[in-house]
Design a protein around this ligand. Structure first.
Ligand SMILES: [Cu+2]
Length: 177
């Protein structure tokens, strides 16, 4: 009982602290890419490490109407995004959510995101006994390569996640509900 109540207090206390460890999961360097005018979707990135086998099964954010776990992959020489139902974390093995790889997709943003803003994310993780915990993450909004967001619209394919997303989702929307 004492353990439960102290854990609950810890949950409430970690909301604005980064890096943080909750449910054996450490979240480091969480950030969200700033948006340019008219851009309605963006990605959130972070580094996750767990002390036990868990799965990230859901991500929530008040900043977007739709939040999904995505993976970038190359199919027929075309880079595509695909929604993944869960992200497996293996003990001691860091999983990097980064541009061009796994990421949290924020679709239908409530408002544009400028560098320096902060976005709250809640990761829902499930352990091997199907027990779920929530991890609150405070992600900083950053421009590409630290430059002002407006200067990044000509970014090439390496940094072109936002552009790729528009191209990938407009003609066909297999990854989006
Ligand atoms: Cu995506």
């Amino acid at each position: 009982m004492k353990y439960l109540s102290s854990k609950l207090v810890a949950c409430l206390a970690v909301v604005c602290v980064s890096p943080l460890v909750e449910a054996g999961v450490e979240v480091k360097d969480a950030w969200v890419r700033a948006t340019v005018v008219q851009q309605r979707a963006t990605g959130a990135f972070m580094r996750l490490t767990s002390t036990e086998p868990v799965r990230v099964v859901e991500v929530r954010s008040p900043a977007a109407k739709i939040v999904e776990l995505h993976q970038m992959l190359i199919e027929n020489n075309v880079m595509k995004m695909q929604a993944v139902s869960a992200l497996e974390l293996h003990p001691g093995k860091a999983v990097e959510l980064r541009p061009g790889g796994y990421h949290v997709m924020l679709v239908d943003l409530v408002k544009p995101l400028a560098a320096g803003d902060h976005v709250g994310l809640t990761l829902v993780v499930e352990d091997k006994d199907k027990m779920r915990s929530q991890i609150a993450v405070n992600a900083e909004v950053r421009s590409i390569s630290g430059r002002p967001a407006a200067a990044s619209s000509t970014a090439g394919s390496i940094h072109g996640h936002a552009g790729q997303h528009k191209q990938a989702t407009r003609p066909s929307t297999p990854g989006l509900p």
